[in-house]
Ligand binder design. Structure first.
Ligand code: SF4
Length: 311
């Protein structure tokens, strides 16, 4: 028995074979799942986003020929909108037809090495390992590596890799990472690598714990300007939440009637905002006026959705 055979055997018995992106060879479906799963849990992607997105954009060519705003609208609620912008950009770069190898896939917007390997291994059976967060954790523990160094980790990824079964090996690694080699309580006695894993005695030491840094709090006021039955929103131009629509946000000035408070956690800061509504004259060429039905057609950030709930 080798670790690779043990892993394959485990995957045959315990792997999640019924996930929709595992029952297809369509590279677009696989690509979409890889992108959605980068920052979001399987359950959320499966229950709320994967199928509605494919229903709206059945092919990558449909993404390429659509407006970015339509793609963002369908991505709404999934967060990390750079993924949607990259997806739209990549679809246009390849004219809606994905390349059939990792070397060319990696040239597309937002497709990193591990994602390119995943698409190539799952759709085309190219013999390449992946290196997502789950696989990194397994490798750190398996080889008892305390240092965090992605460059070196790729060497270890190839060391453990089974090139004769790229599809099964990579899927199995993802499953062991999410079901067995858990971040806080790894289930070593159920692990197919138990016999070979160098770090199983003290798995939590590998890799070394990250120093915790507190997320900064950004205090803001959000002013909802109302005119008749319409509200003023602008489409963001800045990099953060780029092209999503939002209400007027300011650092200090507050006016209007207080209607509530919202908190929104982002990856690099927490937004704490008091929300006000006013019917005062508001002239700002960056803003456009929309009624409730029209706002429902726009792509908004989660924070702006929370503001709407207050209205
Ligand atoms: S034996 Fe334990 S620490 Fe090692 S890979 Fe398996 S679950 Fe992770």
């Amino acid at each position: 028995m080798t670790p690779q055979i043990s892993l394959l055997y485990w995957y045959t018995q315990h792997g999640r074979h019924d996930l929709p992106w595992r029952t297809t060879n369509d590279p677009y479906h696989i690509y979409l799942s890889e992108i959605m799963l980068q920052q979001t849990q399987v359950k959320t992607v499966l229950e709320r986003f994967y199928f509605p997105f494919l229903e709206r954009f059945p092919t990558l060519a449909d993404v390429a020929t659509s407006e970015l705003d339509d793609v963002l609208k369908k991505w709404e609620g999934l967060g990390y909108y750079t993924r949607a912008r990259n997806l739209h950009n990549a679809a246009r770069q390849c004219n809606g037809v994905l390349p059939d190898n990792a070397h060319d896939l990696i040239q597309l917007s937002g497709i990193g090495r591990s994602t390119a390997h995943a698409i190539a291994a799952f759709a085309y059976r190219e013999a390449l390992p992946i290196l997502d967060a789950n696989v990194k954790r397994i490798l750190h523990r398996y080889f008892a590596l305390s240092e965090r160094n992605d460059k070196k980790l790729w060497d270890y990824a190839y060391k453990l890799f089974d090139p004769s079964h790229p599809y099964e090996y990579n899927q199995a690694m993802m499953d062991v990472g999410s079901l067995i080699c858990l971040p806080k309580k790894p289930l070593c006695e159920q692990c197919p690598f138990e016999q070979w894993c160098e770090g199983k005695v003290k798995p939590l030491s590998y890799p070394e714990a990250k120093k915790k840094t507190l997320k900064p709090i950004r205090k803001r006021s959000i002013i909802v300007h109302q005119r008749n039955k319409k509200y003023a929103l602008k489409q963001r131009n800045e990099k953060f939440l780029h092209r999503l629509w939002g209400f007027y946000e300011t650092e200090a000035v507050t006016y209007g009637e207080y209607i509530g408070h919202i908190t929104q956690h982002y990856s690099h800061f927490t937004l704490e905002a008091d929300v006000y509504i006013t019917r005062e004259t508001f002239e700002n060429e960056l803003f456009e006026w929309f009624d409730v039905e029209e706002i429902a057609q726009l792509s908004l950030s989660r924070a702006d959705h929370k503001v709407i709930e207050l209205l």
